[in-house]
Design a protein around this ligand. Structure first.
Ligand code: RP5
Length: 162
């Protein structure tokens, strides 16, 4: 079985409908991953342990999604040198702007590659993770190129009436 190199983590079960968009993309591209609920506030010890072990376990990318006071991606980036891609989950109260601002404005030294708010951001996180792994995996690079070409080919040249 292929080694798992991508971790998809999220602050809550309620983030999964968004974060499964990242998982779907990785499924399409044949990239194995693991999924975990790791909350910065509710399970800080779990966060610490996941970050402490991440590089040694062979993880190459962590996709971290959270909403509201979304500290998970930044805290994970502080705990591991494994690249962290942050997904701001859309919230009811502030539409995900709270999540975005909580994730994007990291202090110098601990970067988080922050995606767009919501489902598009989660899907792009999957694509970004695949692109990172594709720099050292020629077969995955071919699959990613084919995926991108298929998307491009699916876009009509002219708009249609419904
Ligand atoms: C954050 O709080 C989670 O990432 C989630 O987006 C948000 C709300 O969590 P629940 O109250 O739905 O569990 O930690």
């Amino acid at each position: 079985m292929a080694e798992i190199e991508v971790g998809i983590i999220m602050g809550s079960q309620s983030d999964w409908p968004t974060m499964r968009e990242a998982a779907s993309i990785l499924d399409e591209l044949g990239v194995p991953y693991e999924t975990r609920i790791v909350s910065a506030h509710r399970t800080p010890d779990r966060l610490w342990e996941y970050g402490r072990a991440a590089a040694g376990r062979g993880l190459k990318v962590i996709i971290a999604g959270a909403g509201g006071a979304a500290h998970l991606p930044g805290m994970m980036a502080s705990k591991t040198r494994v690249p962290v891609i942050g997904v701001p989950v859309q919230t009811k109260a502030l539409s995900g702007v709270d999540s975005l601002y909580s994730i994007v404005q990291m202090p110098k030294g601990y970067p988080v590659a922050t995606m767009a708010i919501g489902a598009a951001g989660a899907a792009n996180a999957g694509l970004m993770a695949a692109a990172i792994l594709a720099t050292s995996d020629a077969a995955l690079a071919e699959r990613l190129d084919a995926w991108r070409a298929a998307l491009s080919a699916s876009i009509p040249e002219e708009p249609q009436d419904d």
